[in-house]
Design a protein. Sequence first.
Length: 237
Amino acid sequence: MKVIVTRPSPDAEAFAAEVLKIGAEPILSPVMVIRQRPHAVDLAGVGGLAFTSANGVRAFSMLTTERRLPVFAGGAATADAAAAAGFDKIVTAKGDVMSLSHLIAQAKPSGAVLHLAGSHRAGDLAAMLADYGVNARRAIIYDAEKYDRLSTGAAAALRQKDHPVAVTLFSPRSARLFIEQSAFDGLVGALERAAALCLSADVAREASAASWAAIETARMPTSDDILSLIAGRLGRI
């Protein structure tokens, strides 16, 4: 089975290696590229850092050497990225902005919470925290710029009619962009032969804008659970 990996680098390469380990053929076709903004981050009065993606952790880590502040991570992958960057005070939410806002509100951080984010994001964490009475603000430190077209390998895989294909989708925006890319390349109809493997129900809802052979949702919003969906489809071939 061919598995189209839509994540941006460097997450794409790491996930593709895991796909290969379980016996599927990964095909890289990122829907976006991450570009860091070269701006300094104002940490005055900040008592905690909130990250909703590993991209945010990596971008922040390149802007400053600050590692002492506690980190509130949206999910396991973000927490892993924070640990790899040198943070040691990390608490982890359940993989969505709502659970992250609950986690931060319960922690009652001293000082403001700074959400390090990209120009495109799902949910307004700072506004959610304000509803809880938490002093929070957002800093945009990277852009996630879309690609218009599928990769050559992904387009070729979708054109094949005799080989099973799955597409991994990790965010609502990724699902939307992949459908747009497929339409741009005249291949949106080919999605009827492919399975959409979605990180969450929100991603699955966005994916349902197109017709697929199947839409499956991970049990938990983690890359390991997406791998489990892939393994399950391999077992049915």
